[in-house]
Design a protein around this ligand. Sequence first.
Ligand code: C2E
Ligand code: MG
Ligand code: MG
Length: 408
Amino acid sequence: MFIDVDRFKLVNDTVGHSIGDQLLVAVGTRLGDLVPAGSLVARIGGDEFVVVLEGLRDVAHAVALADGIRRSFAAPFRVGESELYTSASLGVAYCDGLTAGMDAETMIRDADTAMYQAKDAGRDGVAVFHTSMHDQVTARLALERDLRQGIERGELHLHFQPVVQLRDGRIEGFEALLRWNHPVFGAIPPVKFIPIAEDTGLIVEIGGWVVREACRQVAGWRREIPGAEHLYVAVNVSGRQLRDDSFADTVSAALFENGLLGEALAVELTESVLMDDPAAATEVLGALRLMNVRLLIDDFGTGYSSLAYLKRFPVDCVKIDQSFVAGLDQDDTSDETLVAAIIAMAGALGLSTIAEGVETAAQELRLRQLGCEVVQGYLYSRPVAPEVVPELLSQRLDASGRALRRSA
Ligand code: C2E
Ligand code: MG
Ligand code: MG
């Protein structure tokens, strides 16, 4: 069994490394108490433990024991004066002793792979290794290799989705969204390759390119399209980028090279990115604030949704997650209650809101009634290639030229 303590980093970050160390000792002790006599319990990495059990009846027996361990984490761990709560993700690799070519290293690797599956499924779970997981790992490695090559070969590009003011239909900015055209598989969605880029650290290089390319494009539009002098572009930023020392420099260089002020750029961060490393976030966001770069909280409502960080970080705007917007034209009113609450809360804190994923006129109507002023979604436009942007902008100019001139 491969056992990983869930969110251990959070323990270290919130109560300190010394308490973290003591928690690991307590976890080790509990594991030792739980496993049958003669089993081996080892700590093989930071918050990772391996348990080797012999003489089991079958794989179901192994899973039952693993689940017993998982459930035992429900009880708090005594650390000094306090009690800590945590959970664990477990991966099981089973071998009946007769399998050829099976050795300890392979079993640990397989259990580790299964553990990742348990994490992906939402933590606090048990997963059993299956060879198909191995195929997934191989496929992922291939995709990682392709992504490295794809960067060099210029297979990545940006699409832009307008951010629209409901009042007059005016486009106030664009969100830059990454696209990867794989030579064999065609378009690969960002949800598939961005996690790989994050895990491998490639996101730092890719993200730097995104910032430069987005700045280059928006500088061109601001220069060349009448009425677009105040257009901004919003880029999505991963936690890994924020922890990279050079991020603020990357941003200021991109702005400078394109003759832009910070107001031409917005940065989208999710709640979890902010909370995973609040110290790093505070520093980088402080630097961005000095440049006048706007900060948007992406997918708001799906994470911690903590009021404390809205106050702590220099946030300008929250983007209401599309899952809530999708619920606005349904009979169930719970999403509507949530959206209303987010808009009221943001307003009280002096923040603006952007509703994401608006697809129907009914959703738009509800958003208007709830006081949302800025929207984004297929109802207005899908993300488009940069060549299409001037056309989108000019359509809006025709439709609402008066309003545009007033605000321009
Ligand atoms: P996100 O930042 O929340 O972006 C919004 C996603 O919603 C985009 O998906 C967009 O195409 C999609 N969308 C927009 N309007 C609608 C709508 O009306 N209905 C529906 N169903 N979807 C809509 P996309 O382009 O697939 O991007 C997915 C995610 O990938 C983004 O979510 C963002 O988290 C990430 N991502 C994209 N580009 C980058 C990037 O350059 N860097 C990083 N770190 N992440 C990126
Ligand atoms: Mg976004
Ligand atoms: Mg979003």
